[in-house]
Design a protein around this ligand. Structure first.
Ligand SMILES: NC(=O)C1=CN([C@@H]2O[C@H](COP(=O)(O)OP(=O)(O)OC[C@H]3O[C@@H](n4cnc5c(N)ncnc54)[C@H](O)[C@@H]3O)[C@@H](O)[C@H]2O)C=CC1
Ligand SMILES: O=C(O)C(=O)COP(=O)(O)O
Length: 467
Protein backbone atom coordinates (compact mmCIF):
# COMPACT_ATOMS: atom_id res chain seq x y z
CA UNK A 1 0.00 0.00 0.00
CA UNK A 2 1.15 3.45 -0.76
CA UNK A 3 0.69 4.77 2.78
CA UNK A 4 2.86 2.09 4.43
CA UNK A 5 4.83 3.67 7.27
CA UNK A 6 6.55 2.36 10.35
CA UNK A 7 6.58 3.48 13.93
CA UNK A 8 8.43 1.74 16.74
CA UNK A 9 6.57 0.63 19.87
CA UNK A 10 8.42 -1.24 22.58
CA UNK A 11 11.17 -1.99 20.10
CA UNK A 12 8.68 -3.48 17.64
CA UNK A 13 8.38 -2.21 14.10
CA UNK A 14 4.81 -1.42 13.52
CA UNK A 15 3.82 -1.34 9.84
CA UNK A 16 0.85 0.92 9.47
CA UNK A 17 -0.24 -0.39 6.10
CA UNK A 18 -1.29 -3.61 7.83
CA UNK A 19 -4.11 -1.79 9.52
CA UNK A 20 -6.12 -1.89 6.38
CA UNK A 21 -4.81 -4.90 4.55
CA UNK A 22 -5.14 -7.41 7.33
CA UNK A 23 -8.83 -7.28 7.95
CA UNK A 24 -9.67 -9.09 4.73
CA UNK A 25 -6.75 -11.49 4.60
CA UNK A 26 -5.26 -12.63 7.88
CA UNK A 27 -1.59 -13.50 7.74
CA UNK A 28 -1.24 -17.25 7.37
CA UNK A 29 1.22 -17.50 10.25
CA UNK A 30 -1.20 -15.74 12.48
CA UNK A 31 -3.83 -18.10 13.79
CA UNK A 32 -5.07 -19.41 17.07
CA UNK A 33 -3.74 -22.82 18.04
CA UNK A 34 -6.24 -25.52 17.20
CA UNK A 35 -7.98 -27.25 20.06
CA UNK A 36 -7.68 -24.18 22.23
CA UNK A 37 -10.37 -24.01 24.90
CA UNK A 38 -10.52 -20.23 24.82
CA UNK A 39 -10.53 -20.03 21.06
CA UNK A 40 -13.39 -22.52 20.98
CA UNK A 41 -15.16 -20.32 23.51
CA UNK A 42 -14.57 -17.05 21.71
CA UNK A 43 -14.03 -17.61 18.01
CA UNK A 44 -16.76 -17.17 15.46
CA UNK A 45 -16.48 -18.11 11.79
CA UNK A 46 -15.92 -14.52 10.77
CA UNK A 47 -13.65 -13.57 13.67
CA UNK A 48 -10.80 -11.32 12.66
CA UNK A 49 -7.37 -12.08 14.04
CA UNK A 50 -5.91 -8.89 15.39
CA UNK A 51 -2.32 -8.13 14.57
CA UNK A 52 -0.36 -6.14 17.06
CA UNK A 53 2.68 -5.66 14.88
CA UNK A 54 4.89 -7.75 12.69
CA UNK A 55 4.76 -11.05 14.58
CA UNK A 56 8.22 -12.04 13.37
CA UNK A 57 9.42 -9.26 15.63
CA UNK A 58 7.97 -10.69 18.84
CA UNK A 59 10.90 -12.10 20.75
CA UNK A 60 10.21 -14.66 23.42
CA UNK A 61 12.69 -16.08 25.91
CA UNK A 62 11.68 -19.41 27.43
CA UNK A 63 13.73 -20.64 30.39
CA UNK A 64 13.68 -23.66 32.70
CA UNK A 65 12.69 -26.27 30.12
CA UNK A 66 9.19 -24.96 29.55
CA UNK A 67 7.18 -27.71 27.88
CA UNK A 68 7.33 -28.22 24.12
CA UNK A 69 3.55 -27.65 23.88
CA UNK A 70 4.12 -24.00 24.76
CA UNK A 71 6.95 -23.64 22.26
CA UNK A 72 4.78 -25.03 19.49
CA UNK A 73 1.91 -22.67 20.30
CA UNK A 74 4.20 -19.64 20.35
CA UNK A 75 6.21 -20.61 17.28
CA UNK A 76 3.01 -21.29 15.32
CA UNK A 77 2.18 -17.61 15.78
CA UNK A 78 5.38 -16.64 14.00
CA UNK A 79 7.08 -15.34 17.12
CA UNK A 80 10.84 -15.76 17.56
CA UNK A 81 11.33 -18.18 20.44
CA UNK A 82 14.64 -18.70 22.24
CA UNK A 83 14.63 -21.73 24.50
CA UNK A 84 16.90 -22.64 27.43
CA UNK A 85 16.75 -25.79 29.54
CA UNK A 86 17.91 -24.14 32.74
CA UNK A 87 17.41 -20.84 34.49
CA UNK A 88 20.02 -18.13 33.77
CA UNK A 89 22.40 -16.44 36.21
CA UNK A 90 21.26 -12.90 36.99
CA UNK A 91 23.82 -11.09 34.80
CA UNK A 92 22.96 -13.22 31.75
CA UNK A 93 19.26 -12.85 32.47
CA UNK A 94 19.59 -9.07 32.56
CA UNK A 95 21.48 -9.12 29.28
CA UNK A 96 18.81 -11.22 27.55
CA UNK A 97 15.71 -9.65 29.07
CA UNK A 98 16.60 -6.24 27.60
CA UNK A 99 15.80 -7.55 24.17
CA UNK A 100 12.61 -9.58 24.63
CA UNK A 101 8.88 -8.82 24.64
CA UNK A 102 7.85 -11.98 26.45
CA UNK A 103 9.57 -14.18 29.01
CA UNK A 104 8.43 -17.63 30.11
CA UNK A 105 9.81 -19.03 33.36
CA UNK A 106 9.08 -21.63 36.04
CA UNK A 107 9.73 -21.42 39.78
CA UNK A 108 13.51 -20.75 39.74
CA UNK A 109 13.97 -17.57 37.72
CA UNK A 110 13.84 -14.52 39.95
CA UNK A 111 12.31 -11.59 38.11
CA UNK A 112 13.18 -9.02 40.75
CA UNK A 113 12.85 -5.26 40.42
CA UNK A 114 16.56 -5.16 39.54
CA UNK A 115 16.02 -7.53 36.60
CA UNK A 116 12.70 -6.03 35.48
CA UNK A 117 14.13 -2.51 35.43
CA UNK A 118 16.27 -3.61 32.50
CA UNK A 119 13.35 -5.17 30.63
CA UNK A 120 12.52 -2.13 28.57
CA UNK A 121 10.59 -4.00 25.85
CA UNK A 122 8.81 -6.50 28.07
CA UNK A 123 5.03 -6.80 27.59
CA UNK A 124 4.16 -9.96 29.45
CA UNK A 125 5.54 -12.69 31.72
CA UNK A 126 4.34 -16.30 31.66
CA UNK A 127 4.97 -18.30 34.83
CA UNK A 128 4.64 -21.88 33.63
CA UNK A 129 3.86 -23.02 37.19
CA UNK A 130 1.53 -22.16 40.09
CA UNK A 131 3.80 -20.02 42.27
CA UNK A 132 4.41 -16.39 41.30
CA UNK A 133 6.53 -15.46 44.33
CA UNK A 134 9.62 -15.39 42.08
CA UNK A 135 8.28 -12.31 40.24
CA UNK A 136 7.99 -8.79 41.62
CA UNK A 137 4.32 -8.60 40.62
CA UNK A 138 3.75 -5.06 41.81
CA UNK A 139 6.76 -3.61 40.03
CA UNK A 140 5.72 -5.46 36.87
CA UNK A 141 2.15 -4.08 37.03
CA UNK A 142 3.36 -0.54 37.62
CA UNK A 143 5.41 -0.84 34.44
CA UNK A 144 2.55 -2.30 32.40
CA UNK A 145 3.92 -5.86 32.38
CA UNK A 146 1.14 -8.41 32.79
CA UNK A 147 1.87 -11.73 34.52
CA UNK A 148 0.08 -15.03 33.90
CA UNK A 149 0.46 -18.37 35.68
CA UNK A 150 -1.19 -21.75 35.66
CA UNK A 151 -3.25 -21.86 38.84
CA UNK A 152 -4.04 -25.56 39.06
CA UNK A 153 -2.63 -27.67 36.21
CA UNK A 154 -0.02 -29.33 38.44
CA UNK A 155 -2.09 -29.53 41.66
CA UNK A 156 -3.00 -33.17 41.17
CA UNK A 157 0.65 -34.10 40.57
CA UNK A 158 1.68 -32.48 43.86
CA UNK A 159 -1.17 -34.15 45.75
CA UNK A 160 -0.20 -37.58 44.37
CA UNK A 161 3.45 -37.05 45.34
CA UNK A 162 2.39 -36.22 48.90
CA UNK A 163 0.22 -39.37 49.08
CA UNK A 164 3.26 -41.40 48.07
CA UNK A 165 5.39 -39.66 50.68
CA UNK A 166 2.90 -40.31 53.49
CA UNK A 167 3.13 -44.06 52.86
CA UNK A 168 6.88 -44.06 52.26
CA UNK A 169 7.44 -42.23 55.58
CA UNK A 170 5.01 -44.42 57.52
CA UNK A 171 6.83 -47.55 56.30
CA UNK A 172 10.39 -46.12 56.37
CA UNK A 173 10.54 -47.26 52.77
CA UNK A 174 13.26 -44.80 51.73
CA UNK A 175 15.64 -46.17 54.36
CA UNK A 176 14.84 -49.80 53.52
CA UNK A 177 15.46 -49.13 49.85
CA UNK A 178 18.76 -47.33 50.55
CA UNK A 179 19.87 -50.25 52.75
CA UNK A 180 19.09 -52.77 50.03
CA UNK A 181 21.00 -50.64 47.48
CA UNK A 182 23.94 -50.97 49.89
CA UNK A 183 23.49 -54.75 50.20
CA UNK A 184 21.79 -54.76 53.64
CA UNK A 185 18.68 -56.86 54.41
CA UNK A 186 16.88 -55.17 57.33
CA UNK A 187 13.36 -56.54 57.78
CA UNK A 188 11.69 -54.45 60.53
CA UNK A 189 8.17 -53.56 61.65
CA UNK A 190 9.14 -51.43 64.64
CA UNK A 191 7.55 -47.95 64.21
CA UNK A 192 6.22 -48.83 60.78
CA UNK A 193 2.53 -48.04 60.45
CA UNK A 194 -0.52 -48.27 58.24
CA UNK A 195 -1.90 -44.87 57.30
CA UNK A 196 -5.52 -46.03 57.72
CA UNK A 197 -7.10 -44.20 60.64
CA UNK A 198 -4.20 -41.75 61.04
CA UNK A 199 -4.82 -38.01 61.01
CA UNK A 200 -3.50 -35.87 58.18
CA UNK A 201 -3.15 -32.16 59.01
CA UNK A 202 -3.20 -29.98 55.88
CA UNK A 203 -1.91 -26.42 56.23
CA UNK A 204 -3.33 -24.38 53.34
CA UNK A 205 -6.58 -25.85 51.95
CA UNK A 206 -6.39 -24.40 48.44
CA UNK A 207 -6.15 -26.25 45.14
CA UNK A 208 -3.51 -28.72 46.29
CA UNK A 209 -4.54 -29.07 49.94
CA UNK A 210 -8.19 -29.80 49.08
CA UNK A 211 -7.26 -32.31 46.34
CA UNK A 212 -5.02 -34.08 48.84
CA UNK A 213 -7.88 -34.10 51.35
CA UNK A 214 -10.05 -36.16 48.99
CA UNK A 215 -7.27 -38.60 48.08
CA UNK A 216 -6.18 -39.23 51.66
CA UNK A 217 -9.73 -39.79 52.94
CA UNK A 218 -10.14 -42.40 50.21
CA UNK A 219 -7.27 -44.26 51.85
CA UNK A 220 -8.94 -44.17 55.26
CA UNK A 221 -7.17 -41.16 56.80
CA UNK A 222 -8.92 -38.56 58.95
CA UNK A 223 -8.34 -35.06 57.60
CA UNK A 224 -8.09 -31.79 59.49
CA UNK A 225 -6.94 -28.55 57.95
CA UNK A 226 -5.89 -25.06 58.90
CA UNK A 227 -6.24 -22.06 56.58
CA UNK A 228 -6.29 -18.31 57.13
CA UNK A 229 -9.73 -18.15 55.51
CA UNK A 230 -12.81 -20.27 56.26
CA UNK A 231 -13.15 -22.85 53.49
CA UNK A 232 -15.72 -25.51 52.72
CA UNK A 233 -14.61 -28.93 53.94
CA UNK A 234 -14.59 -31.68 51.34
CA UNK A 235 -15.81 -35.12 52.42
CA UNK A 236 -15.51 -35.53 56.18
CA UNK A 237 -12.53 -33.17 56.61
CA UNK A 238 -12.69 -30.59 59.39
CA UNK A 239 -11.21 -27.10 59.55
CA UNK A 240 -9.50 -26.35 62.86
CA UNK A 241 -9.33 -22.83 64.27
CA UNK A 242 -5.59 -22.51 64.85
CA UNK A 243 -2.31 -23.83 63.51
CA UNK A 244 -1.50 -25.07 67.01
CA UNK A 245 -4.71 -27.15 67.07
CA UNK A 246 -3.66 -28.80 63.84
CA UNK A 247 -0.10 -29.46 64.96
CA UNK A 248 -1.27 -31.04 68.22
CA UNK A 249 -3.72 -33.43 66.56
CA UNK A 250 -2.08 -34.54 63.31
CA UNK A 251 0.06 -37.63 62.78
CA UNK A 252 1.19 -36.23 59.41
CA UNK A 253 1.49 -32.49 58.78
CA UNK A 254 1.72 -31.27 55.19
CA UNK A 255 2.25 -27.72 53.96
CA UNK A 256 0.45 -26.19 50.96
CA UNK A 257 0.71 -22.45 51.46
CA UNK A 258 2.22 -19.85 49.11
CA UNK A 259 5.50 -18.10 49.84
CA UNK A 260 4.54 -14.90 51.66
CA UNK A 261 6.14 -12.83 54.42
CA UNK A 262 3.57 -14.44 56.78
CA UNK A 263 4.49 -18.00 55.76
CA UNK A 264 8.26 -17.56 56.25
CA UNK A 265 9.33 -20.11 58.87
CA UNK A 266 5.69 -20.93 59.52
CA UNK A 267 7.09 -24.17 60.93
CA UNK A 268 10.00 -23.48 63.29
CA UNK A 269 11.22 -24.89 66.61
CA UNK A 270 8.12 -23.79 68.53
CA UNK A 271 5.66 -25.25 66.01
CA UNK A 272 7.64 -28.49 65.78
CA UNK A 273 7.44 -28.78 69.58
CA UNK A 274 3.60 -28.73 69.36
CA UNK A 275 3.62 -31.66 66.94
CA UNK A 276 2.88 -35.13 68.33
CA UNK A 277 5.81 -37.25 69.35
CA UNK A 278 6.65 -39.57 66.45
CA UNK A 279 4.75 -37.51 63.88
CA UNK A 280 5.86 -36.62 60.32
CA UNK A 281 6.30 -33.36 58.37
CA UNK A 282 5.98 -32.90 54.61
CA UNK A 283 6.87 -29.70 52.73
CA UNK A 284 6.16 -29.44 49.00
CA UNK A 285 5.21 -25.74 49.13
CA UNK A 286 8.19 -23.37 49.29
CA UNK A 287 11.55 -23.77 51.03
CA UNK A 288 11.13 -20.61 53.10
CA UNK A 289 8.15 -22.09 54.96
CA UNK A 290 10.15 -24.50 57.16
CA UNK A 291 13.08 -23.59 59.40
CA UNK A 292 15.35 -26.43 58.32
CA UNK A 293 17.91 -26.31 61.17
CA UNK A 294 14.96 -26.55 63.60
CA UNK A 295 13.64 -29.56 61.70
CA UNK A 296 17.09 -31.19 61.83
CA UNK A 297 17.09 -30.80 65.63
CA UNK A 298 13.55 -32.16 65.97
CA UNK A 299 14.47 -35.21 63.87
CA UNK A 300 17.74 -35.82 65.69
CA UNK A 301 15.88 -35.90 69.00
CA UNK A 302 13.40 -38.40 67.53
CA UNK A 303 10.45 -36.10 68.22
CA UNK A 304 9.75 -35.98 64.49
CA UNK A 305 9.85 -39.54 63.09
CA UNK A 306 10.30 -38.59 59.47
CA UNK A 307 10.02 -35.82 56.93
CA UNK A 308 9.80 -35.24 53.20
CA UNK A 309 11.18 -32.07 51.60
CA UNK A 310 10.64 -31.20 47.95
CA UNK A 311 11.57 -27.51 48.21
CA UNK A 312 14.49 -25.59 49.77
CA UNK A 313 15.40 -21.99 50.58
CA UNK A 314 18.11 -22.12 47.88
CA UNK A 315 17.64 -24.38 44.89
CA UNK A 316 20.09 -24.98 42.03
CA UNK A 317 19.27 -23.32 38.70
CA UNK A 318 20.00 -26.46 36.69
CA UNK A 319 20.29 -30.23 37.04
CA UNK A 320 23.66 -31.60 38.17
CA UNK A 321 25.88 -31.97 41.16
CA UNK A 322 24.74 -28.75 42.86
CA UNK A 323 22.82 -29.78 46.00
CA UNK A 324 25.88 -29.42 48.22
CA UNK A 325 26.77 -27.62 51.42
CA UNK A 326 27.91 -24.56 49.46
CA UNK A 327 24.32 -24.08 48.37
CA UNK A 328 22.77 -24.66 51.81
CA UNK A 329 24.95 -24.85 54.93
CA UNK A 330 22.74 -27.52 56.51
CA UNK A 331 22.95 -29.85 53.48
CA UNK A 332 25.16 -32.42 55.24
CA UNK A 333 22.96 -32.36 58.36
CA UNK A 334 19.96 -33.26 56.23
CA UNK A 335 21.79 -36.02 54.40
CA UNK A 336 22.74 -37.67 57.71
CA UNK A 337 19.13 -38.09 58.89
CA UNK A 338 17.11 -41.29 58.75
CA UNK A 339 13.62 -41.45 57.28
CA UNK A 340 14.02 -38.19 55.42
CA UNK A 341 12.90 -38.07 51.78
CA UNK A 342 14.69 -35.40 49.75
CA UNK A 343 13.37 -34.68 46.28
CA UNK A 344 14.51 -31.97 43.82
CA UNK A 345 11.35 -29.83 43.58
CA UNK A 346 9.47 -32.36 41.46
CA UNK A 347 5.98 -31.86 42.90
CA UNK A 348 4.63 -30.57 39.60
CA UNK A 349 7.02 -32.47 37.37
CA UNK A 350 4.84 -34.92 35.47
CA UNK A 351 4.23 -35.19 31.74
CA UNK A 352 0.54 -34.46 32.29
CA UNK A 353 1.08 -31.34 34.36
CA UNK A 354 3.85 -29.89 32.21
CA UNK A 355 2.02 -30.23 28.91
CA UNK A 356 -1.24 -28.88 30.38
CA UNK A 357 0.66 -25.89 31.80
CA UNK A 358 2.43 -25.37 28.47
CA UNK A 359 -0.90 -25.13 26.65
CA UNK A 360 -2.63 -23.04 29.30
CA UNK A 361 0.06 -20.39 29.74
CA UNK A 362 1.13 -20.50 26.07
CA UNK A 363 -2.43 -19.69 25.00
CA UNK A 364 -2.80 -16.98 27.64
CA UNK A 365 0.33 -15.32 26.23
CA UNK A 366 -0.99 -15.48 22.67
CA UNK A 367 -4.34 -14.00 23.73
CA UNK A 368 -2.54 -11.19 25.52
CA UNK A 369 -0.14 -10.41 22.69
CA UNK A 370 -2.74 -10.59 19.93
CA UNK A 371 -5.97 -9.50 21.63
CA UNK A 372 -4.88 -7.73 24.80
CA UNK A 373 -7.04 -10.00 26.99
CA UNK A 374 -5.89 -10.09 30.61
CA UNK A 375 -8.30 -12.84 31.72
CA UNK A 376 -6.35 -15.00 34.19
CA UNK A 377 -3.66 -12.38 34.87
CA UNK A 378 -2.35 -12.33 38.44
CA UNK A 379 -1.27 -8.68 38.66
CA UNK A 380 -3.60 -6.76 36.31
CA UNK A 381 -7.33 -6.17 36.27
CA UNK A 382 -9.03 -8.84 34.18
CA UNK A 383 -10.34 -7.20 31.01
CA UNK A 384 -11.47 -8.65 27.71
CA UNK A 385 -13.62 -7.61 24.76
CA UNK A 386 -15.28 -9.88 22.23
CA UNK A 387 -13.20 -10.21 19.07
CA UNK A 388 -13.59 -8.02 16.02
CA UNK A 389 -15.12 -9.60 12.94
CA UNK A 390 -13.90 -9.51 9.37
CA UNK A 391 -16.90 -7.35 8.57
CA UNK A 392 -15.50 -4.67 10.84
CA UNK A 393 -12.95 -3.06 8.56
CA UNK A 394 -10.80 -0.15 9.65
CA UNK A 395 -11.29 -1.01 13.31
CA UNK A 396 -8.46 -0.95 15.80
CA UNK A 397 -8.21 -2.07 19.38
CA UNK A 398 -6.55 0.37 21.73
CA UNK A 399 -5.07 -0.78 25.02
CA UNK A 400 -4.07 1.85 27.49
CA UNK A 401 -2.50 0.80 30.78
CA UNK A 402 -2.41 3.80 33.07
CA UNK A 403 -2.10 5.06 36.62
CA UNK A 404 -5.41 4.76 38.39
CA UNK A 405 -6.25 8.37 39.12
CA UNK A 406 -9.16 10.74 38.47
CA UNK A 407 -9.64 12.33 35.07
CA UNK A 408 -7.76 9.82 32.90
CA UNK A 409 -10.84 8.36 31.20
CA UNK A 410 -11.98 11.86 30.22
CA UNK A 411 -8.61 12.50 28.56
CA UNK A 412 -8.55 9.11 26.85
CA UNK A 413 -12.08 9.54 25.54
CA UNK A 414 -11.29 12.93 24.13
CA UNK A 415 -8.44 11.29 22.17
CA UNK A 416 -10.59 8.37 21.03
CA UNK A 417 -13.60 10.61 20.50
CA UNK A 418 -12.75 11.53 16.92
CA UNK A 419 -13.60 7.95 16.04
CA UNK A 420 -16.56 5.79 16.81
CA UNK A 421 -15.93 3.93 20.08
CA UNK A 422 -17.74 0.64 19.47
CA UNK A 423 -16.86 -1.04 22.74
CA UNK A 424 -14.86 -0.05 25.75
CA UNK A 425 -13.99 -1.69 29.04
CA UNK A 426 -11.85 -0.50 31.86
CA UNK A 427 -10.99 -1.87 35.27
CA UNK A 428 -8.44 -1.13 37.94
CA UNK A 429 -6.39 -3.08 40.42
CA UNK A 430 -4.66 -0.97 43.04
CA UNK A 431 -2.69 1.79 41.39
CA UNK A 432 -2.97 0.40 37.87
CA UNK A 433 -5.89 0.52 35.45
CA UNK A 434 -6.35 -1.29 32.14
CA UNK A 435 -8.51 0.11 29.38
CA UNK A 436 -9.50 -1.62 26.14
CA UNK A 437 -11.48 0.07 23.41
CA UNK A 438 -12.45 -1.01 19.91
CA UNK A 439 -12.79 2.00 17.66
CA UNK A 440 -13.89 2.24 14.04
CA UNK A 441 -13.28 4.55 11.08
CA UNK A 442 -9.56 4.52 11.67
CA UNK A 443 -7.19 4.93 8.77
CA UNK A 444 -3.49 4.14 8.73
CA UNK A 445 -2.43 7.69 9.49
CA UNK A 446 -4.79 7.89 12.48
CA UNK A 447 -3.07 5.00 14.23
CA UNK A 448 0.16 6.88 14.65
CA UNK A 449 -1.50 9.98 16.07
CA UNK A 450 -3.77 7.93 18.34
CA UNK A 451 -0.72 6.17 19.68
CA UNK A 452 1.26 9.33 20.16
CA UNK A 453 -1.60 11.23 21.82
CA UNK A 454 -2.15 8.44 24.33
CA UNK A 455 1.59 8.15 24.95
CA UNK A 456 1.75 11.84 25.80
CA UNK A 457 -0.68 11.51 28.74
CA UNK A 458 1.13 11.77 32.07
CA UNK A 459 -0.91 8.84 33.42
CA UNK A 460 0.44 6.53 30.70
CA UNK A 461 2.09 3.29 31.70
CA UNK A 462 1.86 1.50 28.35
CA UNK A 463 -0.03 2.01 25.10
CA UNK A 464 -0.70 -0.72 22.56
CA UNK A 465 -2.67 -0.52 19.35
CA UNK A 466 -3.85 -3.80 17.82
CA UNK A 467 -5.31 -3.87 14.37
N1 LIG B 1 6.51 -28.62 44.91
C1 LIG B 1 6.02 -28.19 43.77
O1 LIG B 1 6.49 -28.56 42.70
C2 LIG B 1 4.88 -27.26 43.78
C3 LIG B 1 4.71 -26.35 44.80
N2 LIG B 1 3.63 -25.49 44.78
C4 LIG B 1 3.48 -24.56 45.91
O2 LIG B 1 2.27 -24.89 46.58
C5 LIG B 1 1.64 -23.68 46.95
C6 LIG B 1 0.17 -23.92 47.16
O3 LIG B 1 -0.44 -24.20 45.91
P1 LIG B 1 -2.03 -24.14 45.72
O4 LIG B 1 -2.70 -25.11 46.60
O5 LIG B 1 -2.27 -24.24 44.28
O6 LIG B 1 -2.33 -22.67 46.21
P2 LIG B 1 -3.74 -22.03 46.55
O7 LIG B 1 -3.57 -20.58 46.42
O8 LIG B 1 -4.82 -22.71 45.81
O9 LIG B 1 -3.91 -22.39 48.12
C7 LIG B 1 -3.10 -21.86 49.12
C8 LIG B 1 -3.92 -21.82 50.41
O10 LIG B 1 -3.05 -21.40 51.46
C9 LIG B 1 -3.79 -20.55 52.30
N3 LIG B 1 -2.89 -19.75 53.11
C10 LIG B 1 -2.21 -18.63 52.78
N4 LIG B 1 -1.48 -18.20 53.81
C11 LIG B 1 -1.67 -19.07 54.82
C12 LIG B 1 -1.19 -19.16 56.14
N5 LIG B 1 -0.33 -18.27 56.63
N6 LIG B 1 -1.61 -20.19 56.90
C13 LIG B 1 -2.50 -21.09 56.41
N7 LIG B 1 -3.01 -21.06 55.17
C14 LIG B 1 -2.59 -20.05 54.39
C15 LIG B 1 -4.65 -19.75 51.35
O11 LIG B 1 -5.76 -19.16 52.01
C16 LIG B 1 -5.07 -20.83 50.35
O12 LIG B 1 -6.28 -21.46 50.72
C17 LIG B 1 1.98 -22.73 45.79
O13 LIG B 1 1.90 -21.38 46.18
C18 LIG B 1 3.38 -23.12 45.44
O14 LIG B 1 4.28 -22.33 46.20
C19 LIG B 1 2.72 -25.52 43.77
C20 LIG B 1 2.86 -26.40 42.74
C21 LIG B 1 3.97 -27.30 42.63
O1 LIG C 1 4.07 -24.68 40.25
C1 LIG C 1 4.83 -24.33 41.17
O2 LIG C 1 4.65 -23.35 41.88
C2 LIG C 1 5.99 -25.16 41.45
O3 LIG C 1 6.58 -25.05 42.49
C3 LIG C 1 6.48 -26.05 40.40
O4 LIG C 1 7.57 -25.36 39.90
P1 LIG C 1 8.40 -25.87 38.65
O5 LIG C 1 7.54 -25.65 37.44
O6 LIG C 1 8.68 -27.31 38.86
O7 LIG C 1 9.61 -25.00 38.65
Amino acid sequence: MSDAREIEVNGLHYTLSNALSLSASPNSTFHSPSGSYMSRMTSRPSAKQLKPFNTQDIKILLLENVNVAAREILESQGYQVEFHKASLPEDELIEKIRDVHVIGIRSKTKLSEKVLREAKNLLVIGCFCIGTNQVDLEFAAKHGVTVFNSPFSNSRSVAELVIAEIIVLARQLGDRSNEMHNGTWNKVSNKCWEIRGKTLGIIGYGHIGSQLSVLSEAMGMKVIYYDVVPLMALGSAKQVPTLKDLLKQADFVTLHVPELPETKNLIGAEQLSYMKNGSYLINASRGSVVDIPALVEAMRSGHIAGAALDVYPSEPAANGDYFNSTLNTWGDDLRSLKNLILSPHIGGSTEEAQSAIGVEVGEALVRYINDGSTIGAVNMPEVSLRGLTLAEENHVRVIFIHSNRPGVLRQVNSILGDHNVDKQMSDSRGDVAYLMADISDVNAGDIKSLYENLESLSSKIMTRVLY
